[in-house]
Each structure stands twice: as C-alpha cells, then as structure tokens.
Design a protein around this ligand. Sequence first.
Ligand code: PLP
Length: 284
Amino acid sequence: RIVHLNGEWLPEAEAKVSIFDRGFLMGDGVYEVTSVLGGKLIDFEGHCRRLDRSLKELGMGNPHTDDEWLAIHREILNRNNIGDGLIYLQVTRGNPGDRDFAYPNPPVPQTVVLFTQSKPGIDKTPLADSGLKVISLPELRWHRRDIKTVQLLYPSMCKMAAKAAGADDAWFVEDGKVTEGTSNNAWIVKGGKIITRQLSNDLLHGITRASVIRFAKEAQMEIEERAFTIEEAQAADEAFITSAGVFVMPVVEIDGATIGDGTPGKVARRLRELYLDETRKVAL
Ligand code: PLP
C-alpha cells in the first residue's frame, strides 16, 4: 500500500512515526473511517464535519480544509486502485520529543496518517443475509464517547469477549440501557417503529446513523430516538447496527435470544438498500 504521512506519499513500510508521538504514548488522537464504493466516498461530508468537531473538543486545530481532505482521500484511492473498501484517517497531537501529560505549548505539528483497506464487494457481504449475533457487556468506557478518539482498548477487549462467546460483536449497557456497539450504533424495530438511542456524550454520533434517520424519515418510516434495554431488544421484531464499515447490518441474536424469526428483518433490509442507494447517488 501507498500511505499518507504528513503530506508525503510513502510505501507503508517506509511510513514511520516517533515513539514520542502522543497518539502512541497517550492515545491522544482522533480518527475517521470512510467507506468507498465504486471508487467514491460515502457520506464524506459527515465524516469531515465530525473530524472537525472531535479535534475541536480536544483543543486541536484541523490540519486541513474539507477540500484538502477530499483531495487527499481521492489521491489515496487512486494511488492504491481502490474500488470498494475503507479509508482510515488519524490525526494525533504530534511528537513533543518527550513524554509529558501536559499538551506541548506551543503546539507541535500534528501527525496525520491515512491508509486504505481494499474490500471488493463490501456492499454485498453474505453477512447481511445471515445477520450478526451480539452479546451485552457493561459500558466501561469514558464519558466522552461522542469524541472519536483512538482510545479503543475496551471496545477491543469486548470484541474479543464476543468472539470467545461465539458471537460477532457486543453492545454496551449502562444504567440498564444500551449505549451502542463496540464500533457501531445499535437499533431495534418494534411495531413498525425504528428505535435508536438519542445523541449525547454517551455515544458516538454515527454518520451512518444520521443518514439512515434522514432516509427513513424521507421514506415516511417512523423514527424514535430513545434509549432501550437489552430485554426490549430481545423482544423486538428486528435489530440491527450501523457504521461506515458495515452500513446497515442485521442482528439476529442478542445474549442467546433469537430476534424475530432469526433472519434479517424487512425494515433492516429496506434501510440497508435505501442507505446504499441514496448515499451512492451523492458519493464523492
Ligand atoms: N459507535 C462507535 C463506538 C463507533 O466506533 C462507530 C464507528 O466506528 C460508530 C458508532 C458508527 O459510526 P459511523 O456510522 O460514523 O461509522
């Protein structure tokens, strides 16, 4: 792969970052993942806006304008011949040359990294026809989950716990209610209503989530933004997750309980189609 590091294009083996980089030592950085279909960027403006917000919330500037980010994203696709896949982008507070809890003052140049992951046919994965199994685990992350930081240890632990339990992923539960998945937003469908947790600092403001809500409303489907319990999810007609990596992905089992008839539900399948059709039309 050809990767991007601070304005340079390098073979991945030659892209090196300092051991003093605050992303490495402190988890002091933010990231975005944008999906690519047919060589075009899906929901790119949303990811740009959230990147800007994450940086601001951590007192960091944005090293590029939206137009510059777009040009970099397009160039990395071209350089790597990506048709379908993902672009990972990370910005850390950079390398102060030593370890210190305090931010460098004056600030040092940020470290900007982008790389691609080629995933041909990412929109046609058979997983969407079988659905996922999830387990619930306690929510033990910090309380600023609205910032997309690179601090992903607990979600990684939970992904491993899910796999060890024979499941695909985990949903976090706090005060009896589901916050979100390890790397996705959680949804249920009951009596025709599409339910997902309202936005707050308790969860990431998913870009896919926002688009799905918009497309569902445009299609006259009913959306309810509120928290729900695992028991309510288990008794729902359908469940699904959303993220840039999986778009809309049905969930067919929660903590061993079968959802609906154990196959992907109608609403989830319709929303997946809607999301893919509508975002493709305006992809950059
Ligand atoms: N929630 C968490 C914790 C995530 O890590 C992600 C994506 O990585 C999402 C939700 C979904 O966000 P998006 O739809 O913007 O990919």
